[in-house]
Design a protein around this ligand. Structure first.
Ligand code: ACO
Length: 269
């Protein structure tokens, strides 16, 4: 009897945790087992103090072929309620858990990225792609729509003309184009992808963990708020940060050190 491989692999590189979608035979299409494993993985990393930055990538030639079309669209035997629950679960872990994960996240798009894979990229804070990776909002090609969190993800990250052009045509494009339209931060040659992504992840991991967390929270919520609410929210977050201790000392001390020229956060170490 052979053991079923885990649908998610976890590996540490110091403070950086690499989470790999591991259904290479199905091009890492997201089925219920993979979704459950991702939820469990992120919940365990939330509490793991050694993990400061999470990198998400795919095993084999693809990053993520989207939702598992057999499991999500071929389940007429499911009741409407259980189908709804499965679909809700499939969306929530991306737009809620991943998007608001308390540590910075980076999508490392190693290969093909389709349909639901787009929201995985968008719900990560940053993304680096293999220049040759193929992307596609392919739903229209099989008479479907970018469902779940995908439409909202695209509306959040792309210019309207780009989002609609890609969604209405289903045209495939490569990592270099993904960089041009801002879907990813950078596209690099395949052989540089890992080193490049890890360098970025380690750069971020070297920053203050509480400041990283609240920087991300401030950005995510400010993006959804009006100006006044946003200013009130970030003021509260600033006080929260100052109230926390750094190495047993108040952060006010760090601010005083900065003012006195004893601390230069912008300088390289
Ligand atoms: N759901 C379920 N199985 C999938 C999916 C998917 N989304 N994508 C690929 N697979 C399976 C194939 O059925 C095949 O399985 P089999 O070996 O048992 O026949 C296996 O993965 C390999 O697929 P190939 O097409 O042979 O792999 P290739 O490397 O040539 O192409 C690619 C990869 C480009 C990702 C291609 O599989 C593809 O276009 N997949 C569909 C992608 C897509 O349109 N996703 C959108 C889903 S809709 C949504 O997410 C809402």
């Amino acid at each position: 009897m052979t053991d079923t491989p885990s649908p998610v692999l976890i590996e540490s590189d110091g403070p950086v945790t690499i989470v790999t979608l591991n259904r290479p035979d199905k091009r890492n299409a997201m089925n219920a087992a993979l979704i459950t494993a991702m939820i469990e993985t992120l919940e365990s990393l939330r509490a793991d103090e050694r993990c400061r930055v999470v990198v998400i990538t795919g095993a084999g030639p693809a990053f993520c072929a989207g939702m598992d079309l057999n499991e999500f669209f071929g389940q007429e035997d499911r009741t409407a309620a259980s189908r709804e629950r499965v679909i809700q679960n499939a969306s929530e872990w991306r737009y809620r858990l991943l998007r608001h994960f308390p540590k910075p996240t980076i999508a490392m798009v190693n290969g093909g990225c389709f349909g639901g894979g787009f929201s995985l990229v968008e719900c990560c804070d940053l993304a680096i792609a293999n220049r040759e990776a193929r992307f596609g909002l392919s739903e229209i090609n099989f008479r479907h729509i970018p469902a779940g969190p995908v439409s909202k993800s695209m509306a959040s990250i792309l210019r309207p003309r780009d989002a609609l052009l890609l969604a209405l045509t289903g045209r495939p494009f490569d990592g270099a184009h993904a960089e041009r339209i801002g879907l990813v931060n950078e596209a690099v040659p395949a052989e540089q992808l890992l080193a490049h992504t890890l360098a970025l992840a380690h750069e971020i991991a070297g920053k203050d963990a509480a400041a990283l967390r609240l920087t991300k929270e401030s950005y995510r919520y400010a993006a959804e708020m009006g100006w006044d609410a946003s200013l009130a929210f970030t003021a509260a977050k600033s006080y929260e940060l100052l109230a926390r201790q750094v190495n047993g000392e108040s952060r006010d001390a760090a601010v005083l050190d900065f003012r006195a020229g004893r601390l230069k956060p912008g300088a390289s170490e």
